[in-house]
Design a protein around this ligand. Structure first.
Ligand code: CA
Length: 230
């Protein structure tokens, strides 16, 4: 994850400094801008791997800038995490429409911010069918159809493998049973939603010896999520 460049657009110098310190420790490079105009200057010179964008900026607001960036062919693929103050998150719908990738509410811990950044970056990487993926020591290699923890192989069925592949390429997000059916089984298969539960159970069982079953989380009333966080 090192060498990735993050642009922070934030008018409060203290927050830029705190975030800069945390990002540096996590191996990222950081560029900063205090307002939308400065951000656009920076973007003209170099495209970052991700933008942290404060919602409330003097002049053009963060959300207006987000909208502009997502409409621009040159910047539209750069993931954006909005930094919001409590209360502003009520307007998340506006942010989602603007194409924002995630939110972090102030005050946030540097650790939480770095975890979100990593999750968004992982999601934004184009899915390559053959690229091995490693999360926290758990490796899935689509080319050889193998799952391993620190080189010790884990056995699982083909559906559990596809499910795990989907989860590992889409971490930190909740998917309903019907969404999982669409994405893992395919839109044209007609199986009951309970089938998902059966395979989740088998996947957890396959992961249990390694302790990684805790990453496959049930989100009550919503579905399932693959997360490194508790
Ligand atoms: Ca601000």
């Amino acid at each position: 994850m090192t060498g990735k460049n993050i642009l922070i657009v934030e008018d409060e110098a203290a927050i830029r400094e705190m975030v800069g310190f945390a990002l540096q420790r996590a191996g990222f490079e950081m560029d900063e801008a205090a307002d939308a105009a400065e951000a656009q200057n920076r973007l003209a010179g170099r495209l970052p791997d991700l933008i942290l964008l404060d919602w409330m900026l003097p002049g053009t607001s963060g959300i207006d800038l987000a909208r502009r960036l997502k409409r621009d062919e040159y910047t539209k693929d750069v993931p954006i995490i909005m930094l919001t103050a409590r209360g502003e998150e009520d307007d998340k719908v506006g942010g989602l429409e603007a194409g924002v990738d995630d939110y972090v509410t102030k005050p946030f811990s540097p650790r939480e911010l770095v975890a979100r950044i990593k999750a968004v970056m992982r999601r934004s990487v184009p899915e390559s069918e053959d690229e091995p993926i490693t999360i926290n020591g758990l490796t899935l290699d689509p080319a050889s159809h193998r799952v391993a923890v620190d080189d010790a192989p884990l056995e699982m069925g083909p559906t559990e493998f596809r499910l795990l592949h989907f989860f590992m390429t889409h971490p930190e997000r909740v998917y309903s049973r019907s969404q999982l059916l669409d994405r893992v089984w395919g839109r044209n298969t007609y199986v009951e939603e309970r089938t998902v539960d059966v395979h989740i159970l088998r996947l957890r069982k396959a992961l249990t010896p390694s302790g990684y079953d805790r990453l496959v989380q049930t989100v009550r009333g919503a579905g399932y999520r693959f997360s490194e966080r508790g």
